[in-house]
Design a protein around this ligand. Structure first.
Ligand code: UTP
Length: 290
């Protein structure tokens, strides 16, 4: 079945990047000249997604404005020397069919995904975490969608995380199938003792889920941090039907983490045609003194 719908949960409080997130969603943090969420929407569109639901929260209306038309701005840009930017600005509102729904209470990622039940209906769908920007030649969610086509099971996008940090992430039981593709038969969210660690492969930012996830989420009790954890619901699918794990290519930037925000700006900036030379020159000078 073709996957055309994506859900972007973007209703988290972003407490790791306070005070910036007090009134500004981390999903709107810019990476050079585009907000994080636009990179994610473009990745979806480049993977064949046509319909996107963004889960928001109070104070996140700025994301809706970003994907809407902006008549005053467009009028101001309507002159020959600004035509290119005018097109860029207009194109944002036609990237995909984007709708928004509020989570109302911040009760965890699983609780946020549950808000997408009627949007998704009875088909498999993509989940793209709103604070995980993945930059690469081959769009990450497209790689997962291909794996769904190959195995017909739910897919999780994974990367290896350092052993000393696995307690902050989910940990997966995996078995290699071929290349960068694994079978996943179990998972645990934030293992708090070394015995609970299943491997250093962790779900980072992307999944393709079957619609059965909603029935499971409805019965999933609050887990770690008192939140309804998506990992707890996916675990049910992993141990019963099995899931596929794809160690996707591309660099992931965690926009919910101070260092991740800076890394994204520097690495994307280095490749940005307009500022590449200036940034390289600046960095070379700057590192001499640190
Ligand atoms: P995170 O756990 O990284 O986001 O969730 P957070 O809760 O904002 O993080 P803290 O406060 O810094 O620890 C991953 C994704 O899920 C969304 C977040 O917006 C983020 O994109 N999310 C999280 C929700 O939509 N709702 C929630 O209740 C929790």
């Amino acid at each position: 079945m073709k996957i055309t719908k994506a859900v972007i949960p973007a209703a988290g409080l972003g407490t790791r990047v306070l005070p910036a997130t007090k009134s500004m969603p981390k999903e709107m943090f810019p990476i050079v000249d585009k907000p994080a969420i636009q990179y994610i929407v473009e990745e979806a569109v480049n993977s064949g997604i046509t319909d996107i639901l963004i889960i928001t929260n109070r104070g996140k209306g700025v994301m809706e404005d970003h994907f809407d038309r902006s008549p005053e701005l467009e009028k101001a840009l309507d002159k020959p020397e600004k035509y290119e930017m005018l097109e860029t600005v207009k194109d944002i509102s036609t990237l995909a069919n984007i709708t928004f729904i509020r989570q109302i209470e911040t009760k965890g990622l699983g609780h946020a995904i549950l808000r997408a039940k009627s949007f998704v209906g009875n088909e498999p769908f993509a989940v793209m975490y709103g604070d995980d920007v993945i930059v690469g030649e081959d769009p990450a969610i497209g790689q997962l969608i291909r794996a769904y086509g190959e195995f017909g099971k739910g897919v999780v996008g994974v990367k290896l995380v350092p052993e000393e940090e696995i307690h902050k992430y989910g940990s997966l039981k995996v078995e290699k199938l071929h290349d960068n593709i694994f079978k996943c038969t179990d998972m645990i969210e934030k293992p708090d003792t070394p015995e609970k660690v299943l491997s250093c492969y962790s779900i980072l930012g992307r999944c393709v889920l079957p619609p059965e996830i909603f029935d499971i989420l409805e019965k999933t009790p609050a887990g770690k941090n008192g939140e309804i954890q998506l990992t707890d619901a996916m675990k049910q699918i992993a141990i019963t039907e099995g899931m596929t794990a794809v160690e996707y290519t591309g660099t992931r930037y965690d926009m919910g983490n101070k260092l991740g925000v800076l890394q994204a700006s520097i690495e994307v900036g280095i490749r940005h045609p307009e500022i590449s030379e200036g940034l390289k020159k600046y960095l070379k000078e700057f590192v001499k003194n640190i």
